[in-house]
Design a protein around this ligand. Structure first.
Ligand code: GZL
Length: 364
């Protein structure tokens, strides 16, 4: 017998979960680090032995981060754990992603998981999910134009951007660099990761009077990072001393382009190189001094997602938001921590982790 939450119950459940979120301690801050073992207890109690069917509409396959995210969700919703996972790689195509969700509704799945390529355009299809009585869980990126989902698990992207600005300010002061001329390679336009990292970093650039020479979309891919950086090396030759890549794969491409153009990057080189994600290969470049700082975005959200499904199966309310707690990695030990006002308006001091073998090999 399928355990279904009919539309009315789903609405009540969402209202309850929102009420639960009203109290200060339910927006659970989940401590994660690259050595953390994901919870293995993700086996579901499917009623009368039925598999629980889950439809997962994933952004695409653009980066190391995405591969780790996909593997995490597929491992959590495995057949051995009692699930029938319907997986769609939406290839960074928003129309395809909406179509995949509608197909899940047609397939009458028990739950839908979405990592939204972009933050808007969601309310219509989420209303269709609600009308069909299918709970939606959102992971990683955020949806800004609808709250018709029962829970979201992901990162505070604005804080990633703010932390990168706070670090650059402190690092430049420590190195005696006063004139910062910055090139930014953004992530996929309209994604909450791109929006938060851009806006957070720009808050510092505006406050400190830094010059952002250009900021173009590299689509979170290595090819994208390389193409944008090749163009930058021609247009801004000799004029820049900082490159900010909004994920590691863009940084890998940017490094290839700068090397070909004879521009050195990394510790005590022509260009300070900043990245996000802190995947294994990214941290190896931090350890070698090619990337000066890498701001982690934690991708292994599969087990958190499965825990939410288990709670819903048991009729429990779930937190509306679960934030990943993410470390910041650096190549040198000249700074121990950074202090900044985060997106919640709190002044926070966060440690900086100088990358060692242990950290780089433990990452995803
Ligand atoms: C961020 C995630 C981003 C990563 C990129 O949470 O959505 O998309 O930073 C990935 O590597 O492509």
């Amino acid at each position: 017998m399928k355990k279904r939450i009919v539309a009315g119950m789903l609405t009540a459940l969402m209202a309850a979960s929102m009420v639960a979120c009203g109290s200060s301690d339910t927006a659970t801050e989940t401590t994660t680090d690259t050595t953390a073992e994901e919870s293995t207890d993700t086996a579901a109690e499917a009623p009368s032995g039925d598999k629980i069917t889950v439809g997962f509409a994933q952004v695409g396959h653009e980066s190391d981060w995405r591969t780790a995210s996909t593997n995490s969700v597929q491992d959590a919703f495995s057949e051995a754990n009692g699930y029938d996972l319907q997986f769609v790689d939406c290839d960074n195509d928003s129309a395809k992603q909406i179509e995949a969700v509608r197909q899940f509704i047609q397939n009458d799945v028990d739950y839908i998981v979405i990592d939204p390529i972009v933050s808007t355009g969601w309310d219509t299809v989420l209303t269709e999910c609600e009308d069909a009585g299918i709970p939606v869980i959102v992971i990683d990126r955020t949806i800004e134009d609808s709250d018709k989902y029962v829970s979201w698990v992901g990162s505070e992207f604005m804080n990633e951007g703010l932390a990168s600005g706070a670090w650059l300010k402190a690092y430049a002061e420590a190195k005696g660099i006063t004139d910062l001329n910055i090139l930014v390679i953004e992530g996929s336009n309209g994604s909450s990761a791109q929006i938060g990292r851009t806006d957070g970093f720009k808050k510092y650039a505006d406050a400190e009077g830094w010059t952002i020479l250009d900021s173009q979309d590299g689509d979170f891919t290595q090819d994208g990072g390389q193409q944008v950086m090749e163009s930058y090396c021609k247009s801004y030759a000799g004029k820049f001393n900082v490159v900010v890549c909004q994920n590691d794969n863009e940084a890998f491409g940017a490094m290839d382009a700068m090397k070909a153009a004879g521009v050195s990057y990394g510790v005590d080189k022509d260009v300070i190189l900043i990245s996000f994600d802190a995947c294994k290969a990214g941290l190896e470049y931090v350890q070698s001094g090619d990337i000066n700082a890498d701001f982690m975005c934690y991708p292994l959200q599969g087990s958190y997602c499965a825990d939410i499904v288990k709670a819903l199966q048991n009729g429990e309310t779930v937190a509306k938001q679960t934030f990943m707690t993410e470390p910041w990695y650096v190549a040198e030990d000249i700074l121990k921590s950074i202090t900044y006002t985060n997106n919640a308006g709190d002044e926070v001091t966060e440690d900086l982790i100088q990358v060692t073998d242990a950290a780089s090999q433990a990452s995803y």
